[in-house]
Design a protein around this ligand. Sequence first.
Ligand code: GAP
Length: 435
Amino acid sequence: MPAKDLDQIVNLCKRRGFVYPSAEIYGGFRSSYDYGPLGSLMLRNVKDAWVRAMVQQRDDVVLIDAAILSPPQIFEASGHLSNFSDPLVDCTVCKRRFREDQLDNRDCPQSNKGCAFTAARAFNLMFQTQAGPVEGEGAKVYLRPETAQGMFVNFANVLQTSRKKPPFGIAQLGKAFRNEITPGNFIFRTREFELMELEFFVHPSESTKWYEYWCQTRMQWYVDYGIPAAMLRIREHAKDELSHYSSGTSDIEFMFPWGWGELEGIAQRTDFDLKQHTEHSRQKLEYFDQATNERYVPYVVEPAAGANRTMAAFLLAAYDEDVINDEPRTVLRLHPRLAPYQVAVLPLSKKDTLMPLAKRIHAMLSANYMCDFDETQAIGRRYRRQDEIGTPFCVTIDFDSLEDDAVTIRERDTTKQTRVPISSLVGELAGRLGF
Ligand code: GAP
């Protein structure tokens, strides 16, 4: 049974070291979060799973890593300076600010009835700063609000150096920054977050086909990594919801405890960005197909997902409570590739006699997997801790191990225990983990 309440996950994340409020010792920095020892491993696993599916297991996508600090010219061309804004209203009673499109009705969520809002004005979401020691217009730079522009401005570089031709994609993941008016819902909406984006360049006549392909392929990715299909849906944007660059967008949405929320948008960006950058930079961004003698500006289909939101969805979907031997337990039934640790090595006793063997097994398994080592507390409590952080398998070393060269594998989901020879442990775990 997935988590019904966001607090179940927020508490687990804090208690077990997944996610902490940022700058907590100074009272916290509103709506910012730091990823702890387990959260940083899991977030990395989410991103690795994305790279695996989008780059590693394909022959038509390459990965880049472009700069975060960007000159204004990029966002003049992309339209973000004039269009990347949310409608901001002020409540004249409580003086708080809201996104007009997120208000359920015309009542302020703080002051309730009797409030009055100012007229909406466009609030640009980009963070602006300056580069170098001299202030002024020439020093103005922006933190990127999406990674996409780094891929468009490198289109010609990648085309020349990668031997790819449409249909092909450029993928990128990394931090993006948006001065959100109303961040909230834990790591769902923050001002600093990580994007996982693909710009897939195709012949204009094939854009619809690839749009449908990416909607279906991306939906399957979430299912493959453990989200029940019933907790996902695809929703097409109405015309008035579309971003300034999109001719059609569908969102993959997840059933969060507060309702359906976006995990990923798949947009038909047409030739908008390449044409805008061609016009502003005076550099031609097009493709010449030698086979057909055709010169064209490719259309772009863009699946863009948020890594942090996706991690929250995986945690919520994996959360479960059950009863084992009359004892309630919390268990994260995470996909093994997403779990912070794939294996935990647990010597039954802290006694020196077991340590050398336990350390040797930890070193052996760490060559292939992220492997925890825990010699504290009673074994039952250690199993519970590993269940709660989602570790699929524990390997227990006991005094018999010194005699029979065997250890016990304990499964997270069933709690079933099996004795296996140490010589076949790596193969056994690989078979069960599936990698
Ligand atoms: N290049 C297209 C683009 O950025 P988007 O729909 O604005 O599209 C893509 O963002 C994804 O990034 C969203 O589906 C969401 O998962 C994530 N995202 C957007 N804003 C976010 C925020 N403030 N905090 C966390 N994740 C966010």
